[in-house]
Ligand binder design. Sequence first.
Ligand code: ZN
Length: 191
Amino acid sequence: MDFDSHNTAMALGAADLVNLATPGLARTRPYEPPPDAELAERTNAVLQAADRHATALGAADVARLAAYAPQLRAVFEHLAADEQDGAVGAANALLAQLRPFPVLERRRDEPWHLYHRSTAGDEGSDWAARLTLGLAAALGSRFASRLGVCSAPACDRAYVDVSRNGTRRFCSTACQNRVKTAAHRARTQGT
Ligand SMILES: [Zn+2]
């Protein structure tokens, strides 16, 4: 996906947070978000992957950020159901709630960088604003169809398709292989 790399990183971060912090099914197994300490550690790893200058959030901010995960998930679910208007509605509702604003900031010895914060005033909401903006940038571009939910049975994990041809339908190669194997089995049994 070649829409700008910052927005791509934020959209990928949104998918990772959704998969970490919302319950459901992951590759045929029921999934529950991990307990607080592990959730905090893994959330900070997601944020670090999205922005290497990210400073670690404390437990309270992780909980605030995780609370936005169901709303972020709704964007992916609407797109998976081919409901672009629904996805835009979900993203706009988050933007109206978070009211992101740009601010120039400097982390440690890095050069000044344009970040977004939320008018909610806490760092968890700041991150929710950044991740939402990444999804909104995709929704407002020809890359909206690159966001989705795994189409394998018994899996509902979100993904962002960053492949060149944009034909991804699964959260992982595990799900892709499972569906391929099942299709092959159905074919060979049908003959
Ligand atoms: Zn899957």
